[in-house]
Design a binder for this molecule. Sequence first.
Ligand code: NAP
Length: 458
Amino acid sequence: MAIATINPATGETVETFEAHPADEVQRRIAQAFEASQKLRTTNYAQRARWMHATADLLEAEVDKTAEMITIEMGKPIAQSRAEVLKCAKNIRYYADNAESFLAAEELADPSSVTASAAGTVWQPLGVVLAVMPWNYPLWQVIRFAAPALMAGNTGLLKHASNVPRSALYLDDLFERGGFPAGSFRTLLIGAGDVAAVIEDSRVTAVTLTGSEPAGRSVAGIAGQQIKKAVLELGGSDPFVVMPSADIEAAATTAVKARISNNGQSCIAGKRFIVHADVYDEFTRLFVAKMNALKVGDPLDETTDVGPLATESGRTDVAELVDDAVVKGAEVLAGGSAPDRAGWYYNPTVLAGLTDEMRIVLEETFGPVASVYKVADREEAVRIANQTTFGLSSAVWSNDPEEQDWFVANLDAGAVFLNGMTVSYPELPFGGIKDSGYGRELAAAGIREFCNLKTVWKA
Ligand code: NAP
């Protein structure tokens, strides 16, 4: 795949980039390795100062950076600004909390292990490679980079080929904040060059956010190399609505959950599973709100839904919808691309889904919702759990017993009650099943790329 910025709102190629040649890749790995030797000798207070300075830069540059993101991958400009500011928030969160998350622990009774003292310390692993997707071109990277650098690791980034400007903006961001040169470096390489970087002895671990096939490939190579891996992969999250819920609020949130980021979010509600008693009311409201969305130029502040990030992404979405329609699905809204330049797809709602339709089990990465009518909570959970994914989930119910039952029975890395899934620096994030393994964010996220070293003293 060519490394290029192509504006999805117009289809115009804005800028193309040459991949880094092999010697430049080697030079950058060496820089990251040397920086890792330096960074592990710095203390939390020093790294926290550099982190806050980095967050200051993000905040000062928010408007320019947001425009870069929108032109590169098409998300509405207000959402791009929010993404940049969320990155700054996450950086400050780890600056302020890393030391306590990674504090040494002493065994209260060391005599039980025949020691005078015993416990654990957390230490950095070294150079961590991040293979990242285009959908949140800054946020996905920062949520790995902030904890990794605060723990004393350094980072190498292989970003998606369609967001090279974002990749290069991140290349020197931490250095501009004061981190030693090489603490974070971008590699402009294709997917086919990732294996060699994982296999490099100076690289100690890898994290991938992206599709399931990419995750399988990277995890396989990391496994062969016996290197730690974290995988944040796809999702087809259920959004369950039960009769005790506030149906108007559920429908409003359902629209936001489905169309945020132009429908291209791993944690978007994609399958709306609604109890028969409130199905008609919910569906009527949901369809009306989806039809009311403004599709258009993502640089326009009033736009709700911009284009999909790539032409192939739009083709994938259109094929899933067409497959369902040919097999008998009912189109309640949208169902096609608008007649205009750029890779737009109309907000779409499908009902009457049956098991032979691809959309039932596959991830829909665009503004397309599937609605299911269910008789009871058991059927809701059966449908919710029937995909191979297990990222997050949402349940709308005002019955506390029912809420607990869903929390216990949904196969997912998270359950959001009477809300939509959102990532917060303070809450662990990650999936089960084919959505991957490991966790990002919170204390769990910073510990993934650390060595928990046991210390025993006679
Ligand atoms: P993708 O095609 O898997 O690409 C993600 C990254 O992996 C890109 O940098 C890509 O490079 C690279 N890549 C692709 N195939 C590879 C391979 N065989 N070996 C090594 N690297 C490879 O995914 P995407 O289309 O950009 O992103 C959408 C997917 O990401 C969706 O499934 C979405 O659900 C998932 N996602 C998950 C999370 C989460 O936290 N769980 C968050 C966001 C997105 P190139 O661009 O050069 O191909």
